[in-house]
Design a protein around this ligand. Structure first.
Ligand code: NAD
Ligand code: FE2
Length: 392
């Protein structure tokens, strides 16, 4: 096991809950509660600003992410953002958007580094200076409560740029937002596909942290379990009543998403996230979707290897919410997921047969932090190959 995984397993914290969480009904209430004004920078999207903020005429500085590009944060995008928002022009950061905006706002709250690249490679310190209030408009990443900011950076090996790019997470408890406000109606404009794949991502966060063999605690399990209950009930409703049923359940989904975020911040994710990273990174499959592509198969293998450990409690939970038989809970869950979102074989995302071996090697080499937290131990290269082959 690598040193980082060992350190994670030795972490004695029972739970990590930094932000204060509020729930509000609209932007007007948010502006009144926090007395928003000219020294507040609001980082958002124009398509969220127009329906939900414009009418209140609150005199903040509104900056739209579209100005820097709608893709995932990169070194280049962050530098453009820094130029567009001078550091001395604001005292507080209000971030209203998806996981990408959540991650960008964490950087706006910090002292500007001489180089973003150096900061992500831990050669420049992270110094938090300005209050950050995060308002998520998707319901999956849990990024609003986590201490991570993910960025596509120029890759390096032994301190030398390789010419390629990779995804890196800047990890520091200092960058966790200070306050989180859930405004469920902000999610109502999110189209069904990003909505449902982000909900499935949150279910996977809750499930993987619930099944964590050595990092979960009594308290993290409480967060995982409640998140799973809420999400499974919501998925059951959508499976029975159709996509529109989600609109009556947005409060619950946004709550479950942050609960799952707190759970995985302590207990960690596992094999699904480990195996999804090469797929998502290489073929640009959105995060929730690449996780979903592998989740069902990995749960089947867990059930084959160790059906009576913590997985039995997971199956009992699925059975209690859906009414299925405990022994058939994994199959039933996969059928319910198929009803809410069609599962595609991974070759449809561009995955090639030769990737089966290469990606399994990559998981073994680069995702130790996650596979050491797998429900089945040890999670071998052969098992990774089997998952990719059977999902092909
Ligand atoms: N820091 C963490 O802990 C953490 C964890 C997981 C993922 N991430 C990062 O989060 C990002 C993914 O987050 P995401 O899934 O929320 O995706 P996202 O932020 O890219 O949003 C998905 C899409 O939906 C749009 N959108 C967001 N809210 C909307 C709304 N209410 N109405 C209409 N459209 C809306 C966005 O503009 C975007 O096009 C990635 O950059 C990933 O690296 C961070
Ligand atoms: Fe995830």
């Amino acid at each position: 096991m690598d040193e980082f995984s060992k350190a994670l397993q030795a972490d004695k914290r029972e739970i990590i809950t930094i932000p204060t969480i509020y729930k509000m009904s609209d932007f007007g209430q948010l502006a009144a509660e926090f007395n928003l004004g000219e020294r507040d920078v609001v980082l958002t999207n124009e398509f969220i600003y127009k329906p939900f903020m414009e009418e209140y005429n609150i005199p903040c500085q509104y900056v739209f992410q579209e100005k820097f590009g709608l893709l995932e944060p990169s070194e280049e995008m962050i530098n453009i953002m820094y130029d567009a928002i001078p550091y001395d022009s604001y005292d507080r950061v209000i971030a209203i958007g998806g996981g990408a905006i959540m991650d960008l706002c964490k950087l706006l709250g910090c002292k500007r580094p001489a180089s973003i690249h150096e900061m992500y490679f831990k050669r420049e310190p992270v110094i938090h200076e300005k209050e950050v209030i995060a308002i998520p408009t998707t319901c999956g990443t849990g990024s609003e409560v986590t201490n991570i900011s993910v960025c596509i950076v120029k890759d390096e090996k032994d301190g030398v740029l390789t010419g390629g790019e990779t995804k890196l997470g800047l990890v520091s408890d200092d960058i966790t937002p200070n306050k989180v406000v859930l405004i469920p109606k902000f999610i109502s404009t999110l189209p069904y596909r990003p909505f449902i794949t982000s909900v499935i991502d949150a279910l996977i966060h809750a499930t993987e942290s619930f099944l964590s063999p050595s990092r979960k605690t009594i308290t993290s399990e409480m967060y995982s379990k409640r998140a799973m209950e809420i999400i499974l009930e919501g998925l059951r409703l959508i499976a029975e009543e159709g996509q529109e049923a989600r609109l009556n359940y947005l409060d619950e989904f946004s709550t479950a998403s942050y609960l799952a975020g707190i759970a995985f911040l302590k207990a960690g994710c596992g094999t699904v996230h480990a195996m999804s990273f090469p797929l998502g990174g290489t073929y640009h499959v959105p995060h929730g979707e690449s996780n979903y592509a592998l989740f069902g198969k990995i749960m089947e293998i867990y059930n084959e290897y160790n059906p009576n450990g913590e997985l039995l409690r997971f199956k009992e939970l699925v059975a209690s919410i859906t009414g299925c038989e405990v022994e058939k809970a994994i199959d039933y869950l996969n059928e319910m997921l198929e009803k809410v979102y069609h599962l595609k074989p991974i070759h449809e995302y561009g995955f090639k047969e030769s990737d089966i071996v290469d990606f399994a090697e990559s998981v073994e080499a680069n995702q130790q932090r996650l596979i050491t937290n797998s429900y089945v131990q040890p999670w071998t290269k052969e098992l990774s190959q089997r998952v990719y082959r059977e999902c092909f």
